[in-house]
Design a protein. Structure first.
Length: 450
């Protein structure tokens, strides 16, 4: 198939009058090129314009019209192929174009030129570290080197895009990490960048494609330099982070000190303004709800009585209790009720328990019947075993301890007072019986005398 197709293509190129150039490659001798183009069958024809692969076909064409459409799409800009190239094929052709361009650039860049460029870039990177200086100079130089590597990688990946071949020196990152360091500017010039105005550098201006060989060599040199100095770069990076953290902490401490001064001034002004305010936290006895009442320091306890949020009937006695101040005042004590809150040491705040009424009346101790009526007695019996004093199994009346002692289950009663009262009544009855007997004996003796 190759021998049949080659004469036809040669004749077409001759008839084109120099508009086409036919390049034949022997895949056995040029395995690098065939590998870069991913040639899988022969013959394979690629249409290339301005260094970029646009279309291809494999094997012998079906007819003359297919060859004519292929050549027209390759020679005439803007002319579409028939059939058109799919998006997947276009991406594959762009990838093949990049591989072919790198291979061609490497072949055009001699070994001596490569060695000179590597030595020059390495020397400039070492000068960059010396220029920055300090314990963190290696970390700063590493940042600049990585930015240079990124610029070179953009051109290697996109050699046909002009926007990646332009560097704006007034860019924030470029100005901080590249433009202010002369060694970095020298590295850009050594790989092919040239000044274009005051704040711009370009490479391959006006060209459709740029030779990526110097950028491949420069990027590889930067990678080797970073790998060789990785330990120093890591140590310098840690020191720089420590310095940044110390500076941040110092700034935060200074800011906190300023805010503290402002807050203290505000607190002092608030204290001066509210020095006479007294907050009383009231709680009704037996309740959990607490209510706050703001009063003046010169207000008396009687004024607090008037502002109670609890219902108080006329004539009821109200008792105020403040445990913290050891204060107990009843509303009937006019002397203390007339004192101010500041005199009672309830400033600036105090918790007060309010008791309304006198509670249950005291029962006077009198006869046995009165005491029995005033006290509810509980009767019954229990044992130390039943109340859990001894945690032993139920039904065991005697258990032996490990020390040799014996535990007995004793029955206790809680109606001892009843027993005492019953004994008193029995004694009283016996005394009455003795008196009755004495009276009977006396009457018998008087009868005998008579």
């Amino acid at each position: 198939p190759c021998k049949q197709l080659t004469p036809a293509l040669e004749q077409i190129c001759i008839n084109a009058g120099g508009m086409l150039r036919l390049v034949k490659i022997n895949t056995d001798q040029q395995r690098q090129i065939s590998g870069a183009l991913e040639v899988k069958s022969l013959p394979t024809v690629f249409g290339i314009r301005d260094g970029q692969i646009l279309n291809s076909f494999q094997g012998l064409p079906r007819d003359e019209k297919m060859v004519r459409d292929f050549l027209m799409g390759t020679m005439v800009p803007g002319q579409s192929y028939n059939p058109p190239v799919s998006s997947e094929d276009k991406e594959r052709y762009d990838d093949l174009s990049g591989k072919l361009l790198k291979l061609a650039a490497g072949a055009s860049f001699s070994f001596s030129a490569r060695e000179r460029l590597e030595n020059h870039v390495t020397k400039l990177l070492d000068e960059l570290v010396a220029t920055i200086g300090g314990e963190t100079g290696m970390a700063v130089a590493d940042d600049s080197a990585r930015v240079l590597r990124s610029l070179m990688s953009n051109i290697i990946v996109n050699p046909f895009e002009e926007k990646f071949r332009k560097v704006k020196l007034d860019n924030k990152v470029i100005a901080a990490k590249i433009a202010q360091h002369p060694p970095c500017m020298a590295i850009l010039k050594s790989v092919g960048f040239a000044p274009d105005g005051e704040a711009t550098m370009v490479v391959g201006k006006g060209k459709r494609v740029v030779n990526v060989a110097p950028f491949v060599v420069g990027r590889g040199c930067i990678d080797k330099w970073i790998d060789r100095n990785r330990y120093q770069i890591a140590a310098a990076g840690r020191k720089r982070r420590d310095e940044i953290n110390r500076a941040r902490l110092a700034a935060e401490a200074e800011e906190a000190a300023k805010n503290q001064v402002d807050e203290s001034e505000e607190e002092e002004s608030e204290e001066e303004e509210d020095s006479n305010v007294c907050v009383i936290k009231l709680r009704l006895e037996g309740k959990k709800k607490v209510q706050d009442i703001e009063m003046d320091a010169d207000d008396t306890l009687s004024a607090l009585l008037d502002q109670l949020p609890f219902p108080v009937e006329d004539g009821e006695t109200v008792q105020f209790t403040c445990v913290a101040k050891r204060l107990i005042v009843k509303s009937t004590d006019t002397a203390k009720m007339s004192k101010t809150l500041s005199q009672l040491r309830l400033m600036p705040t105090a918790s007060v328990v309010v008791k309304i009424g006198e509670g249950k009346a005291d029962i006077t101790k009198g006869s046995l019947a009165e005491r029995a009526a005033s006290k509810k007695k509980t009767t019954g019996s229990h044992s130390m075993h039943s109340i859990g004093l001894y945690a032993k199994d139920d039904g065991n009346k005697a258990e032996t301890f490990e020390s040799g002692g014996v535990l007995y289950d004793h029955v206790l009663t809680d109606d001892e007072e009843e027993d005492d009262d019953n004994e008193g009544e029995e004694k009283g009855d016996e005394a009455d019986d003795k008196e009755n007997e004495a009276e009977a004996e006396g009457s018998e003796e008087s009868a005998e005398e008579e």
